[in-house]
Design a binder for this molecule. Structure first.
Ligand code: FAD
Length: 336
């Protein structure tokens, strides 16, 4: 069995894990990156590649997939080794004090520090409990939209009351032929500004509000929906003439194997010391959505800062006895 040897293993190639490659590289620390998904990008790539993000500093608007592309370009000079399509299943102390990481594909990596940037762990959509759902999934029922153009001219039903449902209704309003917006109550959990825009589109007749209704059934053939059945709490049913259903009921988060590594957990998140992002295991850090501390904001920009702090804290573990002189990237330059 080959055991790879590196300075830092980053678990998770979401936006925060990708930026951690850059930060580690700037401190001359070699990196291997493991992700369960086949592509880098985490939630940005898997859940909302074409959705614009507005709160990345110096990018007034950037689509999620473009942000990931740029992060990969920024990380590339440091020659990270990616192990994609593999889940980290085991993290343990090996002889000599090194950490050893094992993946579902049998890859073993020995390292001096670990940065866990695993988002919400293994994630997947919350699926509505509808009979026959499986036959439509991936054909006319989608939990994420990877190409909004594929919905041009279609009659689309969107279900949910949070940001994803509302944002997609706004983005598809000029693309779909008709949008039904299904929600079980007239209150939404989305940003008030987005809800106001949705209500304006409804007033213009561009979106048909189906409220207060919830999903009750599906009709169609060979994976192609012909209608979506909805009903009120009182049992009043109606059929919507929809070809596509986009249910946005949030993500099911499962920590998976991470829960078994002896980390201090707090409601499915890893508790860290905020000034270093170190966990209760010395040399093991957690950054991004998975990390928690008082006042934590689950934002990409906070994850970037946490990645920088974790890498600076890990420096003495990698470069034993060498002092770290803080430098700006402008004076240092990007040298792999
Ligand atoms: C619809 C939507 C819109 C959003 N809009 C914004 C926005 O406008 N601005 C903003 O700042 N944030 C936004 N967010 C939140 C943002 O996407 C997250 O904060 C961000 O993705 C967190 O990055 P991360 O790298 O910590 O984790 P993630 O992006 O979740 O990536 C974690 C990666 O770790 C991998 N992983 C997990 N467990 C393992 C394991 N055991 N082994 C190997 N790999 C593993 C997963 O496969 C995943 O790829 C939005 C989220 C959603 C869902």
């Amino acid at each position: 069995m080959t055991i790879h040897e590196t300075d830092i293993v980053i678990i998770g190639a979401g936006p925060v894990g990708l930026f951690a490659i850059f930060e580690a590289g700037m401190l001359k620390m070699r990196v291997h990156v493991v992700d369960t998904l086949d592509v880098a990008g985490g939630q940005c790539a898997a859940l909302y590649p074409e959705k614009p993000i507005y709160d990345i500093p110096a990018h007034p608007r950037i689509e999620a997939q473009d942000l990931i592309r740029q992060l990969e370009v920024q990380a590339a000079p440091f020659k990270p080794v990616y192990h994609l399509g593999q889940q980290v299943v085991k993290v343990e102390k090996a002889a000599g004090g090194a950490w050893q990481v094992t993946t579902s594909a049998g890859t073993v990596i020995s390292c001096k520090a670990i940065i866990i940037a695993a988002g919400c762990g293994a994630f997947g959509p919350n699926r509505p409990p509808l009979e026959g759902l499986e036959q439509y999934e991936g054909k006319s029922i989608f939990y994420m939209v990877t190409q909004k153009e594929s919905l041009r001219g279609k009659r689309v039903a969107i279900a949910g009351g949070g940001d994803s449902a509302v944002d997609w209704a706004l983005l598809l309003a000029d693309i779909a032929e008709h949008i039904y917006f299904i929600h079980r109550r007239p209150k939404f959990r989305a940003a008030p500004e987005s809800v106001a825009q949705l209500e304006a589109l409804a007033a213009e007749g561009k979106v048909e509000m189906v409220v207060p209704y919830q999903l009750a059934g599906l009709e169609g053939k060979g994976g192609q929906l012909s209608s979506v059945i909805v009903e009120t709490l009182e049992g009043e049913r109606k059929a919507l003439d929809a070809q596509v259903l986009l249910p946005f009921f949030g993500l099911a988060m499962e920590l998976g194997p991470i829960a078994e590594w002896g980390l201090n957990l707090n409601l499915n998140h890893i508790a860290v010391e905020p000034s270093t992002c170190q966990t209760n295991l010395p040399g093991v850090y957690a950054v991004g959505d998975i990390a928690t501390y008082p006042g934590k904001l689950k934002l990409i920009l906070c994850g970037f800062s946490e990645a920088a702090m974790a890498c600076h804290s890990a420096y003495p573990l990698v470069h034993e006895g060498k002092a770290l002189h803080f430098e700006y990237s402008t004076s240092k330059g990007v040298t792999a």
